[in-house]
Each structure stands twice: as C-alpha cells, then as structure tokens.
Design a protein around this ligand. Structure first.
Ligand code: ZN
Length: 395
C-alpha cells in the first residue's frame, strides 16, 4: 500500500454533510461550507453542497455531521529508515501517527541512525539517500520530507550547492553536530538559504548526551528559518530568553510535544501579544528519549487551547496552514488546488464538551473517524484516539 501511495488516483469525490470545516487559515479558521469536491487528489471546490458541481462523482464520503480539518503536519520528527525507529526500537510508528491525524512530517535530521556518518561525504550521502527513500516510501501514504543533514564544521559552500542540486531541501537541527557557535551557524544557514535549503536550529539544553546547549544569542545570530523547539527539547531556555527570541526575530516559532509545556505556553502567549500567531507551528520532536507519541500533535492542540486559552480552531492552524506556509507544503489548508489531505473528527465519546471545539477547549482529545491523503482514504476509525462520537461513512 505504502509504496504505491503516490501512484493511486482518487478520481472525483464528494465529501458531504460536514458539520464543521476547519480551514487551517488563521484569517478565517472556520469555513461556511458543508461539502468539498476532490478531483484526482486535489481540492477542486468547496461550499454548500447545493452550490457545487457534483456531476461525475466516483465516490462519496458522508460525514454525518463530523468535522473536517486539513491533515495535521508534524513539523519536527526524527525518522531513520522505513517505518522503524531505533531510538525506542519501535516498528510502524509512522502508521501510528497517521492514526493520530498526521498526514505530513518534516524531518529535523535522521539523527538516530546507528553509526550515522559525521564525515562530510558520508553525511551528504545519507541526506540524499534519506530524501530519496522517504520520497519513494510513504507508510500509510504519509508524506515524509526527510534527508536533513546534521551539519559539521568542515562544510563549505559547495557542499550545500551539491546537496541542493541532488534534491536536499532541509537541514537537520543545527547544534546536533559540531556547528554550535552562532557565527559558524550563520554562515552555513546563509549558504543553505542561497540554495533553497530550509534550516532549523535546536534551542535550549542538550536533548540527549552528546547534543549541545544553544542559547538565544546563538539562535539570533544563526538566523535559521525555524526556531526549532523554542520550548526546549526538553530543557528550555529561561522564559525571558524565549520572549527575546519571539520579539527580536521574525522566524518560525516551533512548539514541540517533547519539550517544556510551560515554556510552550509562554512562547505562544508572547506570539499572541505580538500579534504574530502566524509564526507558531507544532511538532512532536519524536521519536526521542521521551518516546513516540502518535497523538502528540492532538495533545499539543488540546494543551495549548485549554491551558493557553486560545480557540481550538486557531490552534489547529498552528498544526496545518501555518506549517504549510512556512514550509511550502501542498496541504495544510482547505482551499481549491491544495492536496486533499483531511482528518475527519468529532468530539470523543463521553467528553463533557458540548461539541468538538468545546471538548478541545476543555482539554479533551478529539476522536478521529478517518484520514484521507491525496484523496485516498488511508484509515477509518483511528485505533489510537478515543472513539469519535460521529463517524463518517466512506461510500
Ligand atoms: Zn533538538
């Protein structure tokens, strides 16, 4: 199934009776629409069912009032090869994330590979190999953007040009290799940017023995595109430094599950005060020492919304449209032309919330009733979330 994921064509699909349509767009997080038409893996049109052109429909999804969100994007994962992680020696973890609504993942470095090469030729070869492998192999259809090299001191501009030409589009977290000084990192970030490679920097204390401490001065000087786990992974910078990072640069503010939750809430509140919630994106930073969290992004959404007092429809944008915009992805938002990557969800059975959004506001996780990627149904009822109250019917 996985290997063929990219080649299957969805045909023309009508998704109807949507009870709530989350857009992924901060400016307009809830859409006034109850139906979507998908054509060959892309969103064709959306609106009131009666207003849409539903001729030539091959199949129908009856949501029966369930909500639809763009597929969730995990902005910070550490895959290795296949659907296996050596960090916790677990199989099928990506498939488990699919059951948590994840349709797309961004690698912050294939750092857990046993015997990972640190010489320049070896690390470039690994990056190119990982990019190719995950381009060819998508467990459950999940889109995995990988091949994120951990940069080392001896690298020169030509290395970045060569990797970019070979298809590498990301750097692994800066700070996990020998480049830990701001000035050095700044030079390499600039080379990467020149060749269209996006960069992320590790922020805070070391994650595991061997990784480094990166404070706000290094983060600001390096000027990477994403302030990777601004809430630490796990050990966070002092809250005053986190505020400085939000205020003194305009780069993406990444909050991760495997970080300090108090620091995540503080960073989000600072971004809100700055009226810059469009910079906030979510990741799990897993697999890691804390394990593998298939529901990590849903847990972040519930935590940030309930404890941080931000409407859930806004927090959903952090895990969808914000990430898609910052990382130039084809999904993440419900608008025509975008990838038909959807999560079908409702409040969990026996939640005290009166509906999906109220249940999340009260800190409960939603129940997932199905996931679609590129217009293809990948799962029905999630094996990992609490049972959804309303299940869509795939006809
Ligand atoms: Zn890190």
């Amino acid at each position: 199934m996985a290997q063929a994921a990219a080649e299957i064509h969805s045909g023309r699909i009508l998704i109807k009776n949507i009870g709530l349509l989350l857009s992924g767009n901060l400016k307009n997080p809830i859409l006034d629409a109850n139906a979507i038409v998908v054509q060959d893996g892309k969103i064709d049109s959306l609106g009131k069912e009666s207003d849409l052109n539903t001729s030539g429909i091959d199949s129908t999804v009856d949501c029966k009032g369930a909500a639809v969100s763009p597929g969730l994007i995990d902005s910070h994962v550490h895959p290795v090869f296949g659907d296996w992680t050596p960090r916790q020696n677990q199989l099928n973890w990506i498939d488990s994330f699919l059951n948590g609504g994840i349709t797309c993942m961004i690698s912050a470095g294939e750092v857990h590979l046993p015997g990972r090469p640190k010489d320049i030729v070896g690390l470039k070869a690994l990056a190119i190999t990982a990019q190719r492998c995950f381009d060819n192999f998508r467990p459950g259809g999940v889109k995995i953007h990988a091949g994120a090299p951990v940069i080392e001191k001896e690298m020169v501009e030509e290395d970045f040009a060569e990797m970019a030409k070979a298809g590498v589009t990301l750097l692994g977290e800066i700070g996990l290799g020998s480049v830990k000084a701001g000035e050095e990192a700044r030079q390499m970030v600039a080379w990467a940017r020149k060749y269209g490679i996006q960069s992320t920097i590790h922020t805070g204390g070391p994650s595991v023995p061997g990784s480094g401490y990166i404070d706000k001065d290094v983060v600001l000087e390096a000027d990477a595109d994403v302030i990777g786990h601004i809430n630490g992974g796990h050990t966070a910078l002092p809250l005053t430094q986190i505020e400085c990072l939000c205020e003194q640069c305009s780069r993406a503010i990444e909050l991760v599950h495997n970080g300090n939750e108090l620091a995540a809430l503080h960073a989000m509140k600072t971004a809100k005060e700055l009226k810059q919630l469009d910079r906030v994106i979510l990741g799990t930073d897993s697999p890691a020492g804390s394990g593998v969290q298939p529901l990590g992004i849903l847990r972040m959404i519930a935590m940030l919304s309930s404890l941080g007092d931000i409407p859930p429809e806004i927090v959903f944008c952090f895990a969808t449209g914000n990430t898609a915009k910052i990382r130039n992805l084809d999904g993440g938002m419900i608008e025509s032309g975008r990838a038909a990557d959807f999560v079908f969800l409702s409040k969990a059975q026996h939640s005290s919330g009166k509906d999906l959004l109220d249940s999340i506001r009260k800190g409960d996780l939603p129940g997932i009733g199905g996931v679609m990627i590129d217009g293809i149904q990948r799962i029905g009822r999630s094996r990992n979330t609490p049972p959804a109250e309303t299940l869509p019917e795939f006809l």
